[in-house]
Design a protein around this ligand. Sequence first.
Ligand code: 13P
Length: 254
Amino acid sequence: MTNNIRPLVAGNWKMNGLKAELAIASAVAQGYEPGLRRSVDLAICPPATLLFAVSAALIGSRIATGGQDCSAHESGAYTGEVSAAMLADSGAQFVIVGHSERRTLHGERDADVNAKAEAAQAAQLVPIVCVGETRAEREAGKALAVVKKQLRGSIPQGSTGATLVVAYEPVWAIGTGLTPTVADVADMHAGIRTELARLLGKSVAPGVRVLYGGSVKPSNAAELMGVANVDGALVGGASLKAEDFLGIARACGA
Ligand code: 13P
């Protein structure tokens, strides 16, 4: 945790969820009781097809919603794309950009991620900019250098703690059940904070939430969330079970 930062636990449903899964959002809202509400922010990022309905189901719950990607373009002839303004219009406050699955499966580079993050901010959305090294990069001792380069290339200039969230997601920890050691998470998050200070200024960096993502579960959340400079979690698989997602939120707010 970082002093004076309100943690954020965001659920990335990825390409999972039909109408029946609206029940997950309602169950999370039910479990977001006042004690938890006082200590941690929650966001659910369902597939774009469910964003409007999930946002509607969460009205009054103080749980935010987000998209999982957005176009870098404002509008126009981009068949199949969803603009940041469309996500905002569907009720979103956040949008995940540069997730490793987008970087790997769709060839997104830092410049693309940067353009999407800029588009998000222009539409009053807060981009959750994902960074993280592969297994080979970690084994080669390049993890921090890779992540710093991604930050430099991806983060919009002039971002503040109110307009940017960063998520560190080591690629090899996503969906694998593997997590870095507490010491490695501490080193990486400290390195990210230092790089944010260089990029955005020393007064801005301490206010930017830096989430950890990759195989976060209720059983390991307290340990991971207790690390300095970890300001919440970006949760994949475990966000599809309301009780697990709430368990992670409780560990984060504790
Ligand atoms: P898992 O929590 O399933 O490892 O996924 C992490 C992730 O990719 C969140 O964006």
